[in-house]
Unconditional design. Structure first.
Length: 418
């Protein structure tokens, strides 16, 4: 029915332009024949426009509403968090702002399942009971969570995990402050163990760490009740405890291990009512991720890398089919962003499964490409350096060096013998 209305709209639009052109032609003829006739016709057309055009405009706007409601989905791209999420989902970056619908109901179930299936490391960290949470997450949320998870891959002690989590919260969620408190059971208090913002001065050492008794303040209340708190305006909350600086809003989420609270993930912001439902949802997922990683460390369990790894398959596809290696500016970080994983994880993935570092891995494809061109008659009029540049190398020296290292002879010798 909506499609029919749209077709009718297009027809009416065409008729409108046709009639408009016809009237204009009549007016021009009248102007040359008799100015009085021209004047009278102009008055008639003005009066007619008040009758005809409103009905046409109503049909136009009605159809426009149908099209917008049926075919468009426009998340608020002015959101600061949207920038970070989108940078890991499709590479686009937009202006900063705040509102965002990360966990949108408008995402199709197939899209959700696909995003979940493409994140193998999340499957290894999260168990089957958590799979519903991942399936309900948007592609952007899964992408950010995947980056968080893969960046924790090589972290083997609690401190490394906690510092990595708070650093990523600041870097990828565009927060001003992030602190992880861990529970001190003996003293029944919470101790700041990792922080990013003014609390650390860019070093992995907390400046003037504070202890909060369980039940005191917003953080202490979260540890006591086991429920998150999102305070829109802390100036109206008598429980608020000032740390390094007084701020306007605060979000605190509990961290569990085996059903028991072990800590709190906390963030404050200078803007009132800053934290949204999307921040809450992501913080809960990050707290869950922290729980899983800490449990793995406690159990001395590790996640394995093998040739069936979906990230590695995607990397191989980018090299073999897309020929990504032909980009002379290609680097570890740019490829990691494209696959939506951390650069450290990608480095380990390549090293473990190929026995090569990332640069040698990329140069292997470039050298194979150059070898084919050096013996191809279609490239007989190309210089050797030109073939190297065509294959993705950015200079003669790097081309000759990589070729000699992998083939055992120079490109010129290989061409003569071929």
């Amino acid at each position: 029915m909506d499609l029919l209305k749209f077709k009718n709209f297009r027809v009416s639009l065409s008729i409108h332009h046709l009639v408009e052109g016809l009237f204009l032609g009549i007016l021009l003829i009248a102007l040359f024949i008799n100015p009085a006739i021209f004047f009278n016709l102009t008055l008639v057309l003005i009066m007619a426009s008040y009758i005809i055009l409103p009905s046409f405009e109503n049909r136009y706007h009605g159809t426009q509403v149908i099209l917008e409601s049926k075919f468009s989905f426009e998340p608020d791209q002015n959101n600061s968090m949207y920038q970070k999420l989108n940078a890991y989902s499709d590479g686009s970056v937009v202006k900063s702002g705040r509102k965002l619908k990360v966990n949108s109901a408008k995402k199709s179930s197939s899209a959700k399942n696909t995003s979940h299936d493409k994140m193998p490391y999340l499957k290894e960290i999260f168990d089957k009971s958590d799979s519903d949470i991942l399936r309900k997450s948007s592609v952007q949320t899964i992408s950010v969570l995947s980056y968080f998870a893969t960046s924790l891959f090589e972290k083997n002690n609690v401190d490394e995990v906690l510092w990595n989590i708070v650093e990523n919260c600041i870097s990828y969620l565009n927060l001003e402050d992030c602190v992880i408190y861990m529970l001190d059971k003996e003293n029944k208090s919470l101790i700041q163990k990792a922080a990013f913002g003014n609390k650390n001065n860019a070093e992995k050492k907390i400046v003037s760490p504070i202890k909060i008794k369980i039940g005191n303040g917003i953080v202490g209340k979260v540890a006591q009740t086991g429920k998150y708190q999102c305070v829109k305006d802390v100036t109206r909350n008598t429980a608020y405890i000032v740390d390094d600086a007084a701020r306007k809003s605060e979000l605190s989420v509990p961290i569990y291990i085996k059903g028991k609270i072990v800590g709190v993930l906390d963030s404050e912001h200078s803007q009132e009512n800053f934290f949204t439902k999307d921040h809450i949802f992501l913080f809960q997922l990050i707290a869950k991720l922290t729980e899983k990683k800490l449990t793995h460390i406690h159990n001395n369990s590790t996640c394995s890398l093998n040739n069936d790894n979906s990230y590695f398959k995607e990397l191989e596809q980018l090299m073999n089919e897309v020929k990504l290696y032909r980009d002379p500016n290609l680097g570890l970080c740019s490829v990691a962003r494209k696959i939506k994983i951390s650069s450290n994880y990608l480095s380990q993935l390549v090293n473990k499964l190929t026995g090569k570092n990332f640069t040698d891995y990329i140069n292997t494809f470039r050298v194979e490409d150059a070898k084919q061109k050096l013996t191809n008659k279609n490239y007989s009029n190309y210089t050797i350096v030109g073939i190297g540049l065509e294959s993705g190398f950015n200079s003669k020296s790097t081309f000759y060096s990589a070729f000699k290292k992998l083939v055992g002879k120079s490109p010129s010798s290989y061409r003569r013998e071929g």
